[in-house]
Design a protein around this ligand. Structure first.
Ligand code: ASP
Ligand code: MG
Length: 414
């Protein structure tokens, strides 16, 4: 029998009426003859509320206690959803991460899943039950509660789908799919019918807030077909996220994204010697801080170079603290900060081996009078840092330049 994993985010389970609607959506798959595992987030803005409460008590709350606190949100939802399903006459059982056996590494507030036990899941499915699992949380081998990082329930769902070798993982959310860019910025943004894991990964990382990036990474690694679809329009198939080989269309650019939550950090006059960059980035990695857009300048006459990179705002305080020590150790002169940045990125699997894409992006920014502060590229992504105030105009200009705007009636007729 096929196994389907469904995931419902916070807005989809925000109150009891919505939870009953979710129960109906779940039961529909069950009655179609599938085994169903449902993963849910905390109700509405519960997690934000819990974070706020913690901050009223401590500006730097202990990470272990944060996990104890935040993991409660999902536990409320699973119990209520299981009740709603039972109320409709269908057997259901709720399980938290410890009960399932969703094991993570021992890092609080952003742990990675290392293993998922499936015996209890299979047992309950074979008994004809729908299983409702708490997203976002995990357990260490020592029995400590962890969480996967904000938005982590998507990753719980995909990891469960991979472990269960599920046929599909449907992520139900408050948007009806993945768009070429944020429709709030560009009203003529288009919904994509399909997108490759690679592209989605890049888009998720650069600020398209539809999916938790690690969920896409996991889907790609285990080849789990993911569907991003609307909690409110069940007949809409949304966007399918699949391997690039299975895709029908190759566009040079599939999406444009703006990330306004990054800070640029530069370490100036780093002595040009082997091991300095390694020292900087190993230290950051040891503190689980991801860095992006790394640029090292050519060595100058005084045999030093500058190393610049971006980190997310939430890691900024910790980054500064760590880097000050590293700066002394490697004998660099100064650390420079620029908070007035937005990272604008274009992503497309079809950009590989197609010249002129970068030139088109830069000229659309130039035509709009937007200055570029820093550029970085990967095989399927080009990112530019611009001033925060230029972010929306940059996205609009680039979206139009790459013909991503939804055609209006008149344009189609011409
Ligand atoms: N409740 C968690 C959050 O708000 C996890 C999730 O919703 O995916 O970040
Ligand atoms: Mg979410």
């Amino acid at each position: 029998m096929s196994i389907i994993v469904q995931k419902f985010g916070g807005t989809s389970v925000a109150d009891s009426v919505k939870i009953k609607n979710v129960a109906n959506a779940v039961i529909r798959e069950y009655k179609d003859g599938h085994h169903v595992v449902v993963v849910v987030s905390a109700m509405g803005h519960t997690t934000d509320y819990l974070v706020k409460l913690a901050q009223e008590i401590s500006l730097k709350p202990n990470h272990r206690e944060m996990d104890m606190l935040l993991s409660t949100g999902e536990q409320v939802t699973i119990a209520l959803l299981a009740m709603a399903i039972q109320e409709a006459g269908v057997p259901a059982v709720s399980m938290n991460a410890a009960q399932v056996g969703i094991f993570t590494e021992s890092v609080h507030t952003k742990a990675r899943i290392v293993d998922i036990k499936t015996d209890k899941l299979h047992k309950n499915l074979n008994e004809g039950k729908i299983i409702v699992v708490a997203g976002f949380q995990g357990i260490t081998k020592d029995g400590e509660i962890t969480t996967l990082g904000r938005g982590g329930s998507d990753t719980s769902a995909v990891a469960l789908a991979a472990a269960l070798k599920a046929d599909r993982c449907d992520i139900y959310t408050d948007v009806d799919g993945v768009y070429t860019t944020d429709p709030r910025i560009v009203p003529r943004a288009r919904k994509l019918n399909e997108i490759s894991y690679m592209e989605m990964l890049e888009l998720a990382r650069v600020g398209a807030n539809v999916l938790h990036p690690r969920s896409v990474e996991t889907a790609k690694q285990f080849n789990v077909p993911m569907r991003v679809r609307s909690s409110f329009k069940h007949d809409d198939l949304g966007t399918l996220v699949i391997g690039v080989d299975s895709m029908e269309i190759y566009r040079p650019v599939s999406g444009v994204a703006a990330d306004l939550t990054q800070v640029r950090v530069a370490i100036l006059k780093v002595p040009d010697a082997p091991g300095t960059a390694a020292k900087v980035f190993t230290t950051m990695a040891n503190h689980s801080i991801s860095v992006d857009m790394i640029i090292q300048s050519y060595a100058k006459e005084d045999n030093t170079n500058d190393i610049a990179f971006t980190v997310s705002e939430s890691d900024f305080d910790q980054t500064l603290k760590i880097l000050e020590q590293v700066r002394k150790d490697i004998n660099a002169s100064e650390i420079q900060i620029d908070k007035d940045i937005a990272k604008i990125s274009i992503v497309g699997a079809g950009m590989i081996d197609r010249p002129g894409i970068a030139a088109d992006m830069f000229s659309s920014l130039a035509d709009s009078g937007i200055n570029i502060k820093m550029i970085s590229t990967s095989e399927i992504k080009i990112s530019c840092l611009v001033k925060k105030e230029d972010a929306h105009n940059a996205v609009k200009a680039i979206h139009t330049k790459f013909n991503l705007d939804e055609k209006t009636e008149t344009q189609v007729a011409v």
